[in-house]
Design a protein around this ligand. Structure first.
Ligand SMILES: *Cc1c(COP(=O)(O)O)cnc(C)c1O
Length: 231
């Protein structure tokens, strides 16, 4: 099989599983946006996935994403030019000093998690018309993990966002590794409902069907679409 066939088949399989999980939960499949997480993969590996019809992609590093999607690599055109309706989502930790670059590049940022970043994003918004969709990342397992606002700090952070007129679309989480994810997804859904936030970014290759059953509106799937990453 060529890469192209393989990409199309994997994409089809993931979409079918999302549709089945949505159906089981009495939801419409089109309530769920599949974000293809293309971090670490180079442009030539991503092109067949675009060719197979996928339009929403996620990256976790500003500089890497700029190179592949906006600037182009090795004299090849930027991936953004492959289709005019590509959407790019930032799913990795964002440093405040990269806020302006992130606002310029991404259509959504899933990892707003602290007051200093809220401030940096508000500043970046003041300089441009661009308004990426924003999610607050919640440290749902109350772990010492890389990023995410503590559950107890969520109300205050959302108030900061309101003060600075940053509209939040929803919440995002990464459940603790090796634990049954459903209770964490359910907790994120409950928090979003309490705060009147409509979007839920949750579910990765290992648990996206569970996430859809729990109400995910955005699933972030890398490995199931691209294969195992070299790290
Ligand atoms: C890498 C990554 C994913 C995708 O993980 P897979 O297990 O490869 O599907 C999803 N969300 C975030 C935040 C990531 O960093």
């Amino acid at each position: 099989m060529t890469d192209g066939d393989d990409s199309a088949a994997r994409l089809e399989r993931v979409r079918e599983k999302i549709a089945k999980a949505a159906d089981k939960a009495g939801r419409a499949a089109d309530e769920v946006t599949l974000i293809a997480i293309s971090k670490t993969w180079d442009a030539d590996r991503i092109r067949p996935v675009i060719a197979a019809g996928q339009r929403v992609f996620g990256e976790n590093r500003v500089q890497e994403a700029q190179g592949k999607w906006a600037d182009g690599q090795e004299g090849r055109p930027a991936l953004r030019e492959e289709a005019d309706d590509i959407e790019l989502h930032m799913v990795g930790q964002l440093q405040s000093n990269k806020a302006e670059d992130a606002v310029a590049l991404f259509d959504a940022i899933h990892t707003v998690d602290r007051p200093s970043l809220v401030k940096a994003l508000a500043k970046a918004f003041a300089k441009t018309e661009r308004r990426p969709t924003l999610f607050v990342q919640v440290d749902i397992g109350e772990e010492e993990q890389k990023g995410g606002c503590a559950i107890d700090d969520l109300p205050a952070l959302l108030e900061r966002c309101r003060d600075r007129e940053l509209e939040m679309a929803g919440l995002m989480c990464i459940p603790p590794l090796g634990k049954e994810p459903a209770p964490y997804f359910a907790l994120l859904a409950k928090l979003a409902e309490e705060h009147g936030l409509p979007s839920l970014s949750m579910g990765m290759s290992g648990d996206y069907e569970t996430a859809v059953m729990c109400g995910a509106t955005h699933v972030r799937v890398g490995t199931a679409l691209f294969g195992t990453r070299d790290t």
